[in-house]
Design a protein around this ligand. Structure first.
Ligand code: PEP
Ligand code: MN
Length: 358
């Protein structure tokens, strides 16, 4: 994906790009009240879901195309640009005909190459270089995310951005969708010119965590934020636990700190040297751990024992998670790092058992 263009040249230069508005468009009054409050607080891009992909049937599936003229009213009366989610060809055509400025593709759609191709074909046929933001697929699959964006790119669209909205995981967690920051970071490494926008609303699922995740995203140099904001969040028809009023949003935006990426001081250089050294030590320790693990593999082989002993692994994991949390690290981080170490260790033990390392 080369020669990408800014999503909105007039807004893009003044980062972060902020997109705000309700999860769902519910009524003309709700849209206009929310939009006017957001515009008064300086928001330039308004979001509102017209078609809602709900995980389970029976939820509010969106007001549908009757809501499109309300978005048009937002544009005309507030001067904001408007954004909505599209999931098929009909949505693309209806939204573009109604003057929607920015389309986003939801996490359940970007996971589906058939739907992505249908949307890409519709965009190509429409022939307008509209701005398109592609949310990460629900599952943590970077290639699938990139594939979805490439389909849009191949349709001739150059104003492409990505939205990081976290990845679903089984069970109860602090976040509604796990951030797994290393995935958007790797995306940015591969495509330095691709703007990546963070969606703290869908990552956290909770109002009280939006500020901290927004700050983390800015600290990681994300290009912007898309935040769900509703004039009456407690009575929202979808995602009410994560929506905030325009005024709360305004407070959050004013408390966010934009760090200057170009300031490097001597202190920073010294700290970086320390990090480099610690990284080397970490690698050496890991290699040492692997060597010991291979010796255990040899022992297991001689005594006809299975390589994986699940109970020991679970007990060890629980204890280390507890210790790690006491040291100020998150459970998610400890679990993922230990799982990765364990996986490599099992791989090496299996090589020993299968005779490759002898
Ligand atoms: C949304 O933005 O309201 C939405 C449905 O998000 P996601 O696709 O990230 O679940
Ligand atoms: Mn939502």
């Amino acid at each position: 994906m080369k020669d990408l263009k800014p999503i909105f040249p007039e807004i893009d230069i003044k980062r972060p790009i902020i997109i705000a508005g309700p999860c769902s468009v519910e009524s003309e009054e709700q849209v206009m009240t929310t939009a006017k409050e957001l515009a008064a607080n300086g928001i330039k891009i308004f979001r509102g879901g017209i078609w809602k992909p709900r995980t389970s049937p029976g939820g509010f599936e969106g007001i549908g195309e009757i809501g499109l003229p309300w978005l048009k009213r937002v544009k005309d009366e507030t001067g904001m640009l408007v954004a909505t989610e599209v999931a098929n060809k009909a949505h693309v055509n209806l939204a573009l005909d109604a003057g929607v400025d920015l389309l986003w593709i939801g996490a359940r759609t970007s996971a589906n190459p058939f739907a992505m191709q249908e949307i890409a074909d519709a965009l190509k046929e429409y022939g307008k270089d509209v701005a398109v933001l592609v949310k990460n697929p629900v599952n943590p699959d970077l290639e699938l995310w990139i594939g979805a964006m490439k389909r849009i790119y191949n349709a001739g669209i150059r104003r492409i951005g990505a939205i990081h909205r976290g990845f679903s995981a089984f069970g109860k967690h602090l976040y509604r969708n796990m951030p797994q920051w290393r995935i958007p970071i790797e995306l940015q490494r591969r495509y330095p010119d691709l703007p990546i926008i963070c969606d703290p609303s869908h990552i956290t699922g909770k109002r009280e965590l939006i500020a901290s995740v927004s700050q983390q995203a800015l600290d990681m140099n994300f290009a912007g934020l898309i935040i769900e904001s509703h004039c009456d969040p407690d009575n929202a028809w979808s995602d009410k636990n994560q929506q905030i009023t325009p005024d709360v949003l305004n407070v959050i935006l004013h408390t966010l700190v934009l760090r200057d990426e170009t300031t490097t001081t001597e202190n920073l250089a010294l700290l970086r040297q320390q990090i480099d050294r610690i990284n080397e030590e970490l690698l050496e320790l890991l290699a040492k751990r692997m060597r010991i693990s291979c010796e255990i593999g040899q022992y297991k082989k001689e005594h006809h024992m299975p390589v994986i002993q699940q109970t020991r692994y679970n007990e060890l994991m629980d204890q280390l998670v507890k210790n790690g949390e006491d040291m100020g690290m998150s459970e998610e981080f400890i679990r993922s790092i230990l799982a990765a170490i364990h996986e490599e260790s099992v791989r090496q033990q299996l090589e020993v058992v299968n005779g490759k390392n002898l």
